[in-house]
Design a binder for this molecule. Structure first.
Ligand code: MLT
Length: 220
């Protein structure tokens, strides 16, 4: 745990020479340790930057306030997306990875702050895996995400995220020129092995070729 740079966070430096970094964003009630095993599974050897959300809901950390389930406090979300973007920039400088080079991996509330940050501060990350995400907000002006790879991974029977939210988010990101892949599972809001396996394959394609090459030679 490290309280510097504006967020309590966990940092794990990349073990791979290509320096790939994942920005891990937990769900409601999680903390900076929650997604570390997921990050290690999705991209072994990648650096892991994992902040703890600063909006407390009855003591449960989140990345922004909500007024009800699925109803967001938009001014708070806008302000906190800015805080997160500044944190990621400071972390890049402090830990020595290139600004804008991390790939966000967010679950639920973490997926929602990830997409809000991409829409409002487009240089913050270079791609995203959004597990169980929904439309965070409709920005006044859409950024140009210019081919940014984004995976939307959702469950068909998710009681928190209706299908219309997923197609709305997909349309919003496509209008911003992101390169969106949607993957559905027969599941609810929980993270399943199928979702993780699929994201692992998708992510492998987004990481520098050297990353995959080294993985292969490690196994040889
Ligand atoms: C949110 O509040 O971001 C979404 O409703 C998901 C959740 O955290 O429950």
């Amino acid at each position: 745990m490290n309280d510097e740079l504006g967020f309590t966070h966990h940092w794990e430096k990349p073990a791979r020479a290509d320096g790939s970094v994942l920005l891990l964003l937990h769900g409601t009630g999680g903390d900076e340790r929650d997604l570390l095993p997921l990050g290690r599974l999705l991209a072994p050897g990648a650096g892991l930057l994992s902040p703890r959300g600063q909006a407390l809901e009855n003591g449960a950390p989140r990345f922004f306030r909500r007024l009800a389930e699925g109803v967001f406090d938009v001014p708070d979300l806008i302000a906190r997306a800015g805080d997160l973007a500044r944190f990621v920039e400071r972390a890049a400088d402090a830990y020595g990875f290139a600004r804008g080079s991390a790939i966000a991996v967010g679950y639920s509330n973490g997926a929602n702050i990830a997409s809000a940050t991409m829409l409002l501060h487009p240089g913050t990350v270079r791609g995203a895996v959004l597990f169980r995400g929904m439309i965070p907000l409709e920005p006044e002006r859409l950024p140009d995400l210019a081919g940014m790879p984004v995976l939307l991974s959702n469950g068909r029977t998710d009681p928190i995220v209706p299908a219309a939210q997923v197609s709305g988010l997909e349309a919003l990101l496509r209008r911003a020129n992101a390169n969106v892949t949607v993957h559905w599972q027969r599941s609810g809001h929980e993270l399943t092995n199928e979702a993780v396996n699929w994201a692992q394959d998708w992510l492998q394609e987004q990481l520098p070729a050297s990353f995959a090459d080294r993985e292969d030679s490690d196994r040889a």
